[in-house]
Design a protein around this ligand. Structure first.
Ligand code: NDP
Ligand code: HSE
Length: 436
């Protein structure tokens, strides 16, 4: 059989990994795919840049659009990133009847509806395993392995950079900026690292997971996003003392009256497996009604780990080339005409538990004031911890863990607590999930 010819857009972290994995495992991959998969052409922004990997047999072309339009290319593999140039390139490839493999979650989370509709019309595949959780095959798992289940919720560590930062800060007391620079040097971070730190990248990925899990359109604009940049060492330490770890979690849940879609730092019990996922590793807990809770773990970023998912998609597309489009696995797991418009809940309608840190004057009556506010708003307390005042200080930290409550009631309680004369300054709030 003639080889499948791939045109590669991008020769950076993931592009270089893809070239290397395909070359190194060429024979095994051909045995699995049924024919050879060759990158015949590639492009990058600066072709004069020295590359420390073997590009033999790959013709470098300056014009990405020309590569996409080349009739000798069967699959376009988009590993550039961003959602402007790439949107045009991907739509152009689709319009010309080319299958597309991409790792670009930003593109699909924002323009997935348009791109998947165009692909359906052109009867081509857009494969995107590498877009979520790097090398962990979570898209295939949700679309195929768990297809018997009604998915109840997903909670995942789906940004390697922020998990690396939190782990290194906690384990070796390194500073935020030092560890971020390390993550960038290792190729984990996005071109704009605020996407990692502020939870935007995780929200892109969660949007895709949620669409596949619940059969809804991709709706990144409705995701609630809060990152790790405002987390303090103090809260990481207090969480530990209470038996919790703080992780940046992406959580999506079908509540029956709407879907939660939220990314934020979250306290989780330290004894849970997922609380012990460190460094660049990702882990995704999926709760299905039939299978129960399942956990998927692996490298969430990096050159060859992500290439593993890209190449798996290239093999999948190659295997499916001869299948009727009607018999392919749908892009978002559900048949395109079966997507539902279940509403995404705003964050103030979400129900979860909370860690609240208050700075209180060390006087009698403080606890009574605070607990009265919580009781008035029907927020039940799980635990209270008052820290010793520092030498010469008259302000103490009080930590309250609540049971589950609707966020808008907690917002109202925080506003009232901050007005109490016994409380100094703002209340720190971190959401808490038992994940049991
Ligand atoms: P890099 O920045 O390392 O690589 C981007 C590549 O695209 C570079 O080779 C660059 O060229 C090229 N490029 C940039 N602009 C253009 C353009 N206009 N035309 C042609 N080529 C262009 O990014 P990554 O490899 O890290 O990421 C690629 C994609 O994979 C992104 O969507 C990212 O979100 C996703 N991803 C990344 C992971 C990771 O661990 N890094 C993991 C999972 C997904 P040049 O080399 O000349 O600068
Ligand atoms: N910047 C992303 C991360 C790359 O750190 O998880 C993988 O998608």
């Amino acid at each position: 059989m003639t080889p499948i010819r791939v045109g590669l857009l991008g020769l950076g972290t993931v592009g270089s990994g893809t070239v290397q994995v395909l070359k190194r495992n060429r024979e095994e991959i051909a045995r699995r795919a049924g024919r050879e998969i060759l990158i015949t052409k590639a492009t990058a922004r600066n072709l004069a840049k020295p590359r420390d990997f073997d590009l033999d047999g790959i013709e470098l072309v300056a014009d990405a659009e020309q590569l996409v339009s080349d009739p000798n290319i069967d699959i376009v593999c988009e590993l550039i990133g961003g959602d402007t140039t790439t949107k045009d390139l991907v739509l152009s490839a689709i319009a010309q009847g080319k299958h597309v493999v991409t790792a670009n979650k930003a593109l699909l989370a924002k323009h997935g509806t348009e791109i998947f509709a165009a692909a359906l019309k052109a009867r081509v595949i857009v494969a995107f395993e590498a877009a979520v959780a790097g090398g962990v095959p979570i898209i295939k798992t949700l679309r195929e392995g768990l297809t018997a289940n009604r998915i109840e919720w997903i909670a995942g560590i789906i940004n390697g950079t922020s998990n690396y930062i939190l782990s290194e800060m906690r384990s070796r007391g390194a500073s935020f900026d030092t560890v971020l620079a390390e993550a960038q040097a290792k190729g984990y971070a996005e071109a704009d690292p605020t996407f990692d730190i502020e939870g935007i990248d995780a929200a892109h990925k969660l949007t895709l997971l949620s669409a596949i899990a619940f059969g809804i359109p991709v709706q990144f604009d409705k995701a609630y996003t809060e990152g790790i940049s405002k987390l303090t060492d103090k809260d990481i330490k207090y969480a530990e003392q209470l038996g919790y770890r703080i992780k940046l979690l992406g959580i999506t849940r079908n509540t029956g009256h709407g879907i939660e879609l939220r990314v934020h730092p979250t306290l989780i019990p330290a004894k849970r497996l997922i609380a012990n996922v460190e460094g660049v590793m990702n882990a995704i807990l999926v709760k299905g009604d039939a299978v129960g809770a399942t956990l998927y773990y692996g490298r969430g970023a990096g050159s060859e780990a992500t290439a593993s998912a890209v190449v798996a998609d290239l093999v999948d597309v190659t295997r499916m080339l001869t299948a009727d489009p009607e018999h392919r696995v749908p892009h978002l797991a559900f048949q395109p005409d079966q997507l539902r418009d279940t509403p995404i809940l705003p964050i103030n309608e979400v129900e979860t538990a909370y860690y609240l840190r208050l700075s209180a004057y060390d006087k009698p009556g403080v606890m009574a004031d605070v607990t009265r506010v919580l009781a008035d708003l029907d927020i039940s307390i799980d635990a209270i911890l008052q820290k010793e005042a520092e030498e010469g200080e008259d302000i103490v930290d009080v930590i309250i863990l609540t049971h589950r409550a609707i966020e808008k009631r907690v917002d109202a309680a925080i506003a009232r607590i901050e007005k109490l004369p016994t409380i100094a300054g703002k209340v720190v709030r971190v959401r808490l999930e038992e994940l049991s």
